[in-house]
Design a protein around this ligand. Structure first.
Ligand SMILES: [Zn+2]
Length: 157
């Protein structure tokens, strides 16, 4: 399934061109992933009607496969099978763009987003070393280059 370019509760962001929305061919995922994202983002928005919309980055290519640097730097090692998505942490200033630094992150909202993804059945949530975000050790793991976005992975069915 292709994730819509935007909705009332989220926008998409192209990490290569650095603009919204993300290009359509970068927004494909397994239907479980897309439905889970839509549900979590809707519930998050309902709980925080005044919060900025969450930014969604890359999912996978239309039929999956390589999503490395040839598709734009820095490229992804994973994002190959429709089960991975990048979500940008919400900013304190409410701007709809990725945080430029961890100081821009609304920590409480970001932690709640992590918690909701864990509750929704994520098998992994990768967060940046400087974010201070946490969760069950088997699921929420610190990974370099994730200080402006988290990476969520759903288990294969
Ligand atoms: Zn990712």
């Amino acid at each position: 399934m292709r994730l819509p370019a935007e909705a009332e509760e989220f926008f998409t962001w192209d990490p290569v061109l650095r603009r919204a929305p993300n290009r359509a061919w970068r927004r494909w995922g397994n239907d479980l992933l897309v439905r889970t994202l839509l549900r979590v983002l809707r519930e998050f928005a309902l709980a925080h009607p005044d919060a900025p919309r969450i930014g969604v980055g890359d999912l996978s290519r239309p039929r999956g496969g390589d999503f490395g640097p040839r598709y734009g730097l820095p490229g992804h090692a994973s994002h190959q099978n429709g089960l991975d998505a990048d979500l940008y942490y919400p900013r304190r200033d409410g701007l709809e763009r990725p945080p430029d630094d961890v100081g821009d992150i609304d920590d409480a909202l970001a932690q709640e987003l992590v918690d909701r993804l864990v509750a929704a059945g994520a098998s992994k949530v990768f967060v940046g070393p400087r974010t201070g975000l946490r969760g069950p050790r088997s699921v929420v793991q610190v990974l370099a280059h994730h200080d402006n976005h988290l990476h969520v992975r759903l288990p294969p069915r």
